[in-house]
Design a binder for this molecule. Structure first.
Ligand SMILES: C[S@@+](CC[C@H](N)C(=O)[O-])C[C@H]1O[C@@H](n2cnc3c(N)ncnc32)[C@H](O)[C@@H]1O
Length: 218
């Protein structure tokens, strides 16, 4: 990943207060419910969340899945999740601090995942098409991606105008990249509408999609 896109400093600074944001918690809850409804996780599944942050989504998915590998570049975000795991007694979540888009991750994980899910992280990864190809190789035959992110936005969602990220995605462009990565049955739904005070101080409705797609069985 291009170094300038690696925003772990910012997320390390924000980690301790991350869960205090009510809107963020509501978004994560809606996305987790949408993932559960769409992917129907079960205890035979090996799942991966990339950009898990403090585990707002994974703490809801884990009771429905088998083992969950929760990956993030921010060690401070993962420390919050590790504390939740410790106090809740959940034993099925394994956390790892690594750049999910790195070759190092692919090389060190020869596992095939039945489900790869994420929320609000895809826009932080520089080469979307290459990354979707990578996810496709990490999926088991018949495995599914379930990725939530912003629809193309006005560029004012994030507070820092200099932060390297995508201003959401056009669904048709993302669908084309997903299918070029060899996945099928691409389906979009609107998982949540995030009413957020944007960088210019205006309360604005930002729709968040959930896209699912499957790797062919053979
Ligand atoms: C906007 S936050 C979302 C966190 C969490 N999914 C949530 O909904 O609360 C994006 C997260 O992705 C992580 N992240 C960004 N780029 C990453 C990468 N290349 N590999 C792994 N994690 C990454 C950040 O550290 C951050 O925790």
């Amino acid at each position: 990943m291009d170094e300038t896109w690696n925003s772990s400093d910012k997320f390390n600074r924000e980690a301790a207060q991350w869960d205090e944001n009510k809107g963020r918690r509501a978004l994560a809850h809606a996305v987790a419910e949408a993932i559960i409804a769409a992917a129907k996780p079960h205890n035979g599944m090996l799942a991966l969340e990339f950009g898990c942050g403090t585990g707002l989504i994974t703490m809801e998915i884990a009771p429905h899945a088998g083992t969950v590998l929760a990956v993030d570049t921010s060690s401070a975000m993962l420390a919050v999740l590790d504390e939740k795991i410790r106090t809740s007694g959940v034993t099925s979540i394994v956390t790892t601090s690594i750049d999910i888009s790195s070759q190092q991750f692919t090389d060190s994980h020869e596992l095939s995942f039945d489900l790869i899910y994420s929320s609000m992280t895809l826009h932080h990864i520089s080469d979307t098409a290459a990354f979707l190809n990578q996810l496709s190789t990490l999926l088991a035959p018949g495995g599914m991606i379930a990725i939530a992110d912003l629809d193309r936005e006005d560029g004012l969602f994030h507070d820092d105008p200099l932060e390297k990220l995508y201003h959401g995605f056009e669904r048709s462009e993302l669908a084309a990249m997903i299918e070029a990565a060899g996945l099928q049955k691409t389906t979009f739904e609107t998982a949540y509408i995030f009413d957020k005070q944007n960088r210019e101080g205006k309360i604005t409705a930002y729709p968040v999609f959930l896209v699912t797609a499957q790797k062919p069985v053979s």
